[in-house]
Write a protein that binds this ligand. Structure first.
Ligand code: SAM
Ligand code: SF4
Length: 340
């Protein structure tokens, strides 16, 4: 589609005619896990003073909601390790009450869910993504380095009990969980949860060779077809996942394949980091600073204008490559900075 002139009467619409209705917000770059595909073991985190305060995050989110964003996902790092994070959920919940927001949701590693599930539900969170790459406790430790599977499973139970719908996200990892994908699907579907498989994306230096972790989902899918009947399912969440129904379990299975399939045409989202930088595309370096206009004035005029200007620069698509020669990531920042 050729670039079009911006039409501000339709909310946030980018130069390619895509309505931007979905904001993902990373509230911290810190995490209580060190997943091998996401972080190196010894990460240097941002100084706390560089982070937007919870009040500032609330103000930026409110500006996006005012301009037409109707879905917010809180992510990180691990969002539930940020101090006083429930304050932000409760504050954002007000946009659900006045129907400006259709959904307030969360991506989490589940480590703190047991503690927070009830509060999340009370704040209006009805659906969450929980990332689980294995249900083998030993492998779980190997993949997350610091995580404990039993704690996460208690978190899942607590979320279900609170009435929150769960989707399990699993990154397909060569040599690590590729033999377990079938059991993970059964595990998710037996609990009534959807499941999405994700290909590793070359984001940030992780202290090892990424090409050794990359497992194309085309291969996973072909293997699954030996075990299951996969029927195309038109279900969409506004995200990049393409779904099938697994006939044997009756559950839904999504595939997110940034490297083997281009999902940019229908991209409706932008991402805010915990320092107030807005990335218009996960796979591109161009970004807009919203912290300066936010802090320059108590009035939201500068912030609103900075958001509109940023959307006018949203690129057509990403260009992920795992460079097999240099082994360098194609995008230098980690997923935990931009928010998954
Ligand atoms: N800590 C939370 C969690 O793990 O769900 C939220 C943040 S995490 C960065 C969000 C999602 O990104 C997780 O599902 C994680 O598996 C995924 N992720 C992290 N690094 C990735 C990478 N390099 N490629 C693909 N997915 C990645
Ligand atoms: Fe933490 Fe999530 Fe990254 Fe794992 S994937 S290290 S849980 S931010």
């Amino acid at each position: 589609m050729p670039p079009q002139k911006l039409d501000s009467s339709r909310g946030l619409v980018d130069p390619f005619g895509r309505a931007i209705e979905y904001l993902r917000v990373s509230v911290t770059d810190r995490c209580d896990f060190r997943c091998v595909y996401c972080m190196s073991e010894h990460m240097t985190f941002l100084p706390k003073r560089d982070l937007l305060s919870l009040e500032e995050l609330d103000r930026v989110c409110a500006a996006f909601v005012r301009q037409g964003v109707n879905k917010l996902r809180i992510t990180g790092g691990e969002p539930l390790v940020r101090k006083n994070i429930m304050w932000l959920f409760r504050a954002l919940g007000r946009h659900l009450e006045n129907d400006q927001l259709k959904e307030l949701t969360l991506t989490t590693n589940g480590s703190q869910l047991e503690k927070f599930a009830g509060d999340l539900k009370a704040a209006g969170v009805n659906r969450i993504n929980v990332s689980i790459d294995t249900i083998d406790p030993v492998k779980f430790k190997a993949i997350t380095r610091w995580g404990d599977l039993a704690t996460v499973l208690r978190g899942l139970d607590a979320a279900e009990k609170a009435g929150i719908k769960i989707k399990i996200n699993t990154v397909a990892l060569k040599g690590l969980n590729e033999d377990e994908i079938e059991s993970l699907i059964r595990f998710a579907h037996e609990r009534g949860a959807d499941m999405t498989l994700i290909e590793t994306m070359p984001l940030g230096d992780i202290g090892e060779d990424r090409t050794s972790q990359y497992l194309p989902l085309s291969i996973v899918r072909a293997r699954l077809m030996d075990r299951f009947s996969l029927e195309d399912n038109p279900y969409r969440t506004g995200g990049p996942a393409r779904y099938v129904t697994v006939k044997e379990t009756g559950g839904r299975l999504g595939f997110i394949t940034p490297l083997t399939h281009n999902f940019c045409e229908s991209c409706n989202r932008v991402r805010l980091t915990c320092t107030g930088t807005l990335f218009m595309c996960l796979g591109q370096e161009d970004a807009a600073d919203l912290r300066a206009p936010l802090r320059a004035s108590a009035d939201d005029g500068l912030l609103d204008a900075a958001i509109t200007d940023a959307i006018a620069r949203k690129p057509k698509g990403h260009d992920f490559v795992i460079d097999r020669r240099t082994k360098k990531p194609s995008v230098a920042r980690h997923m935990s900075v931009t928010g998954g």
